[in-house]
Design a protein around this ligand. Structure first.
Ligand code: URA
Length: 235
């Protein structure tokens, strides 16, 4: 890979800015100062350093975000801020995208990556990857709702949902629940409750497959997945 491409990809600036770094003698390959940005290097075998710090080349980025409300799960949008806008420029250099969509007002676990294979595996309807949501519901959630969700409910467009597992945390005029579903139809959780004449007033995703939201992350914060989280997710 060309040296300038490597450094630009790893967030050291545009190719022009990378040229400036080389001019400043900040870049070494195997200990030798390099001035020519067009040389080819193998970052796995050679020690490429900038200001004496080794460039750890990785092709993929895997981030867990606690998505805040008011932000769109997309890479770009004409009007609204996106989850990608919340990332630092170094992370944005990897051209990551959110894996699946959470509604603008939904909070919680969002995986952001540039690994298309992993994203496909997590989103493919054939893989039945479970997702658990916490929600506040306007209306009294009952055991009948548990049974109905277990059997599948008919959404407003006639679609019959696959079985969902509903856990009632608190039942009252404002109920609290956890719902696990294995599909990801548009507004699915909200529409499942609408099918039961109830309204979701707050929604937060807690898990996706083996990945659990790190509750230490404030809304809008994100962090790289740990190696354990990543290997559990790929299983
Ligand atoms: N179901 C919804 O209704 N909204 C979401 O954001 C996710 C699941």
């Amino acid at each position: 890979m060309r040296l300038d491409k490597l450094l630009a990809n790893m967030g050291y600036g545009s190719r022009k800015e990378v040229k400036q770094l080389l001019k400043q003698k900040a870049v070494t390959v195997d200990g030798e100062v390099v001035k020519d940005s067009s040389i080819h290097v193998d970052p796995e075998k050679q020690n490429v350093s900038v200001f004496d710090e080794r460039v750890q080349y990785t092709e993929y980025i895997y981030l867990m975000m606690n998505k805040p409300p008011g932000v769109i799960s997309a890479t770009e949008d004409l009007y609204d801020e996106t989850v990608i806008d919340l990332l630092d420029t170094m992370s944005q250099h990897f051209k990551p995208f959110p894996v699946g969509r959470l509604d603008k007002d939904t909070e919680g676990l969002l995986l952001i990556t540039n690994d298309g294979v992993l994203a496909h595996n997590l989103l493919s309807p054939k893989k039945h990857v479970p997702k658990t949501y916490y929600a506040k519901i306007s209306g009294i959630v009952t055991d009948e709702d548990i049974i109905a969700f277990k059997q599948g409910v008919e959404l407003d467009d006639g679609y019959m949902t696959k079985p969902g597992e509903l856990k009632i945390l608190h039942s009252g005029p404002e109920s609290e629940i956890e719902l696990t579903i294995q599909e990801g139809k548009f507004h699915q959780v909200k529409r499942m409750f609408e099918a039961r004449d109830k309204k979701v007033t707050y929604l937060k995703r807690l898990t996706m497959g083996n990945l659990h939201l790190d509750e230490k992350l404030e809304l809008g914060e994100y962090r790289p997945l740990t190696n354990d989280e990543l290997s559990a997710l790929k299983k």
